[in-house]
Design a protein around this ligand. Structure first.
Ligand code: ADP
Ligand code: MG
Length: 132
């Protein structure tokens, strides 16, 4: 997901391009504006965290671009290209190092396991929208 700060920063194309250049393929893509409830449902795994309210306000403040990326080791590859959650800890050349504002407004989201990818893909896309 290109998060609201990423769409505000006008780096949708830049983010997608970084994934494509590393061999990942976009097989589903759309821009949506989440409601607060949509954001809460998406991040339900974090509902006990102190930042849950702020995070779901942030994720619903502007449009996001959601996509499904396909490729060998896609989950770990995507997370490597994104960089660490906190941009202060992110490696040089990662999306978060280059574009994130802070630990919350960190430009991109990526699934962290096959199980979360399954939940997250189905949260946004139906079978007709996935071209894998
Ligand atoms: P990641 O997105 O790298 O998988 P997490 O799953 O731990 O990171 O957290 C989900 C999202 O919640 C982060 O990407 C970030 O937007 C936000 N977040 C995480 N930790 C904090 C924090 N300490 N304060 C504010 N927001 C946070
Ligand atoms: Mg996570």
């Amino acid at each position: 997901i290109v998060k609201p700060d990423g769409t505000e920063k006008n780096v949708i194309g830049e983010v997608i391009s970084r994934f494509e250049k590393k061999g990942l393929r976009v097989i589903a893509l759309k821009m949506v504006k989440l409601t607060k409830k949509n954001a809460e449902g998406f991040y339900v795994v974090h509902k006990e965290r102190p930042f849950y309210g702020d995070l779901t306000d942030f994720m619903s403040r502007g449009p996001v671009v959601v996509m499904v990326l396909e490729g060998d080791n896609a989950i770990s590859k995507v997370r490597e290209i994104m960089g660490a959650t906190n941009p202060d800890d992110a490696a040089e050349g990662t999306i978060r190092k280059d574009y994130a504002s802070n630990i919350e407004e960190n430009t991109v989201h990526g699934s962290d396991s096959p199980e979360s990818a399954d939940f997250e893909i189905n949260y946004f896309f139906n079978a007709l929208e996935i071209n894998g």
